[in-house]
Design a protein around this ligand. Structure first.
Ligand SMILES: Nc1ncnc2c1ncn2[C@@H]1O[C@H](COP(=O)(O)OP(=O)(O)OP(=O)(O)O)[C@@H](O)[C@H]1O
Ligand SMILES: O=C(O)[C@@H]1CCC(=O)N(CCc2ccc(Cl)cc2)[C@H]1c1ccccc1Cl
Length: 307
């Protein structure tokens, strides 16, 4: 173990020769920056040998260590490596050099859901239904692996060239124990983003997949209303609104949309539509709000007209 307590990449062992060759910075021609995070820069890059394009997320080791974010980086790598689903950003490779870590990701060229909602003001019913269904389909896959995202929000939902969602940002995801041994639910130090954080994460910091269903309720509301269900002048007051489940619908709000949001924004995680005790994903996907959605054709359908 290196002196800073961080593992260093094992030497290229002969066994590795059976796997694809480890990539290096020199294998790529780097292009424009696609975005900046707190600990990362994402750059469009072209692999010289193949012409393939990737979004390469570059992290400075020194900064990660200084900010004590090594576990998050290692978790993001581990979780992304387990995800192979069309509604998630794909991790194709990683490599490192002395100063930096590199994640080779699929390119989500059409920006963030947050920007799209801001640009359109709000989604019409067809558009909100279509993208809510894609998010539900993605969460069904993620939760089938017992992984909780814990920071699902429109900033972490990107769009690819086909205007399909690409969920990203797994540094704060949590892999729950596989067995239903009935162990008391695990608690966590991490709390998500104020407007989308679930009451249980605020209260007893209990981790459960249903926390992502609360965030889904907030996102469906935001797509249809154009702003957050829970938003106060400061985080403390926002948290009070969440713990009191205090939010309002505009006049003339679609009845089915209102109902599904109300069934997701339940203070008790087990009461949320889609949680194991409320019929699981079959019940959520059968809600009348999703009337007309062909769940096995989400990938082949054209994006809604509004987009
Ligand atoms: N695969 C991708 N394709 C295109 N753009 C991306 C991709 N991944 C991230 N981005 C963009 O790059 C920016 C930084 O993303 P990154 O995931 O590195 O940090 P972040 O999670 O947004 O920030 P923070 O670490 O503060 O939460 C974001 O604005 C995002 O929109
Ligand atoms: O988890 C892995 O697959 C390897 C294991 C071997 C290894 O050395 N690393 C890098 C570990 C690491 C994490 C954070 C910092 Cl700041 C430095 C090194 C990991 C790694 C390599 C490249 C890109 C990301 C990661 Cl986590």
């Amino acid at each position: 173990m290196a002196e800073n307590g961080v593992k260093s990449e094992p030497e290229q062992s002969p066994a590795r020769s059976s796997q694809s060759k480890k990539k290096r910075r020199e294998d790529f021609r780097f292009g424009p920056t696609l975005g900046e995070g707190s600990y990362s820069t994402v750059v469009l890059a072209c692999e010289i040998a193949t012409g393939k394009e990737f979004a390469i997320k570059i992290l400075q080791k020194r900064h990660i260590i200084k900010e004590k974010k090594v576990p998050q980086v290692e978790r993001e790598k581990k979780v992304l490596s387990r995800l192979d689903h069309p509604f998630f950003v794909q991790l194709y490779f990683t490599f490192q050099d002395t100063e930096q870590l590199y994640f080779g990701l699929s390119v989500a060229r059409k920006g963030e859901l947050r920007e799209k909602i801001k640009q359109l003001g709000k989604f019409d019913l067809e558009c909100a239904r279509f993208y809510s269904a894609q998010i539900v389909s993605a969460l069904e896959h993620l939760h089938s692996l017992n992984i909780v995202h814990r920071d699902l929000k429109p900033e972490n939902i990107l769009f690819n060239d086909k205007l399909q969602i690409q969920i990203t940002d797994f540094g704060t995801a949590k892999e729950l124990p596989q067995d239903d041994s009935g162990d008391s639910p695990r608690t966590s130090s991490f709390v998500g983003t104020a407007q989308y954080v679930s009451p249980e994460l605020l209260k007893d910091k209990e981790i459960c997949t249903a926390s992502d269903l609360w965030a889904l309720g907030c996102i469906i509301y935001q797509m249809l209303v154009g702003n957050y269900p829970f938003k106060a002048p400061n985080e403390y007051l926002t948290f009070q609104q969440i713990l009191a489940c205090k939010y309002e619908f505009p006049e003339e709000f679609d009845r089915e949309a209102k109902d599904i949001i109300e069934q997701l924004l339940q203070l008790e995680p087990l009461e949320r539509l889609g949680s194991k005790t409320r019929g699981g994903y079959q019940a959520l996907k059968s809600h009348k709000f999703f009337t007309g959605i062909e769940w096995d054709k989400l990938l082949t359908q054209d994006p809604p007209k509004q987009m």
